[in-house]
Design a protein around this ligand. Structure first.
Ligand code: GLN
Length: 500
């Protein structure tokens, strides 16, 4: 039997599944006994084997490990101990420490690091019985918007392999879009879940800061980093967030809150919903097919009963500037631990200790990471701290205040996710500022600590996906997921997959 859409051999023991399989449908398939977790994992591993060489979405794949977890999940289900997602596989961004797995964070400096422990997020997915399909490629230390800074080479966008998938969770976005995995984890410091989700035509959510524990997630900018789900649908993202979220004493910024069901508002009609449209995000920068797709999505949401109101985020224009002071400052401190002593790469030849540190870090880090470390050390240094770091912190407060004022007038805020669709590999690598502007619509959300998501809302003339961003007030993940789900019941952009 051959899977018609993929031309790859699939398992003989159950009917061929279509490429539209969501977590929800895979869960039903498993519950009905129509396939085992081992069979599902074998199918996905076969797809990975066929298509990953062209896409480079995975850094590590280990079929034996995956299938061992799948067998355990099948046993759990057979004993009636399974949960909704038991047996459904998932891929994890290579920023999460996973016991026994090579965990590189996309960097040469961790290219020999096999993690001795699991991140909180990995533990949660293991406890839910979801086998790990592999570790996905990413920008080095999550610094980037195109996945071109990875030591393991760029990821290619499955909609057009000459183009980038976005970053930094580009491997996760590409593997879900190409249906090499039904879902993946990502992390978002300035847009790294939402922007690649937009460029690859999938759905991704960055939760409120503190909802998902950062324990075992390799730190970039600790006050901004947040893990979240990437999948085909908002409903699937809700199911995944139910697994990921929760208090963890090992992360001092993890929030102690009652457990909630993030799928609880999926069926809530949109009548009476007030959607805020920030005038700063609908200015002259928003053009062409992206502008048109976002306008059509707004019209669709109005048809479903939502009202729109104009809101202002006057300080959002300063968000990229503030971020590129604060994030490098935190990164320069976080990355000081990579010294060739504790773990990771060490230069083979050196003189004294200082020489060892210098050579290790010179050889172990790529140029974008070095740029961030230098900027960070500079803005934190005596004499510049007040002029840059403190000023940026003040801006951060003003940006958060803007959102607070806007949420007095509306329930959710809507904007495009990214200013353009997927750009060509190499197109922006020579101009870092041009690259940084890819996150113009997403960064303010991290600075404020709010939840935000991206969902597909159309295609441009080249056939490349366009993303719509929904921003919620603090802890309003369920609400934005609900709005996205209602939209996805009315529009089918999320169900389209690239032909490989
Ligand atoms: N593109 C942004 C950066 O390069 C955001 C990355 C992220 O969210 N991890 O820092």
């Amino acid at each position: 039997m051959r899977d018609a859409a993929w031309g790859t051999p699939t398992c003989m023991t159950h009917p061929p599944r279509t490429m539209t399989d969501t977590l929800k449908s895979l869960s039903t398939t498993l519950a009905a006994g129509k396939a085992s977790s081992v069979e599902l994992c074998q199918d996905y591993l076969a797809r990975i084997q066929t298509h990953n060489p062209g896409l480079n979405a995975f850094i590590s794949v280990d079929a034996d490990k995956t299938l061992a977890e799948a067998r355990a999940a099948d046993a759990q289900r057979a004993e009636g101990r399974g949960g909704v997602l038991t047996g459904v596989p998932i891929a994890h961004k290579d920023i999460f420490c996973a016991e026994g797995w090579l965990t590189t964070c996309g960097s040469r400096i961790l290219s020999n690091f096999v993690s001795p422990y699991d991140a909180h997020v990995i533990e949660q997915f293991k406890a839910a019985g979801m086998p790990c399909l592999g570790k996905t490629n990413m920008d080095e230390f999550a610094m980037g918007s195109s996945n071109e800074t990875s030591f393991y080479g760029p990821v290619r966008n499955p909609w057009d392999i000459e183009r980038v998938p976005g970053g930094s969770s580009g491997g996760s976005a590409a593997c879900v879009a190409a249906r090499l995995a039904p879902a993946a984890t990502g992390t978002d410091t300035g847009g790294s879940i939402r922007q690649p989700a937009a460029l690859c035509g999938i759905t991704g959510l960055k939760p409120t800061y503190g909802v998902v524990s950062r324990y075992g997630m390799i730190a970039f900018a600790s006050s901004l980093d947040q893990a979240g789900p990437m999948a085909q649908t908002a409903e699937d993202c809700g199911l995944l967030l139910n697994v990921m979220a929760g208090f963890d004493t090992r992360d001092s910024t993890s929030l102690e809150r009652p457990k909630e069901d993030y799928t609880r508002s999926l069926n809530q009609p949109l009548a009476g919903l007030k959607i805020g449209l920030p005038r700063e995000f609908f200015g002259p920068g928003l053009v062409g097919d992206t502008a048109k797709a976002v306008e059509d999505a707004i019209a669709q949401l109005r048809k479903l009963g939502a009202q729109t109101v104009e809101v202002g985020l006057p300080n959002s224009k300063l968000s990229v500037a503030a971020y590129y002071v604060l994030a490098p400052a935190e990164a320069s401190s976080n990355l000081s631990r990579f010294d060739g002593v504790r773990y990771g790469y060490r230069t083979p030849e050196y003189g004294d200790l200082t020489d060892m540190y210098e050579k290790t870090r010179a050889e172990g880090f790529g140029s974008e990471v070095k740029r961030r470390i230098m900027i960070g050390a500079y803005v934190l240094s005596h004499g510049y701290y007040d002029a840059y770091y403190i000023q940026a912190q003040k801006l951060r407060r003003l940006i958060a205040n803007d959102f607070a004022a806007a949420f007095q007038q509306c329930d959710v805020i809507l904007s495009p996710t990214a200013p353009t669709t997927a750009f060509k590999l190499g197109e922006k690598t020579a101009d870092p500022v041009e690259m940084y502007l890819s996150d113009i619509y997403t960064i303010a959300v991290n600075l404020a600590g709010l939840p935000g998501m991206s969902l597909p809302c159309g295609f441009d003339a080249r056939g490349l996906p366009i993303g719509l961003q929904l921003i919620g007030n603090y802890f309003d993940e369920a609400r934005i997921l609900g709005v996205a789900h209602q939209y996805q019941l009315a529009a089918d952009w999320h169900a389209r997959a690239p032909t490989l």
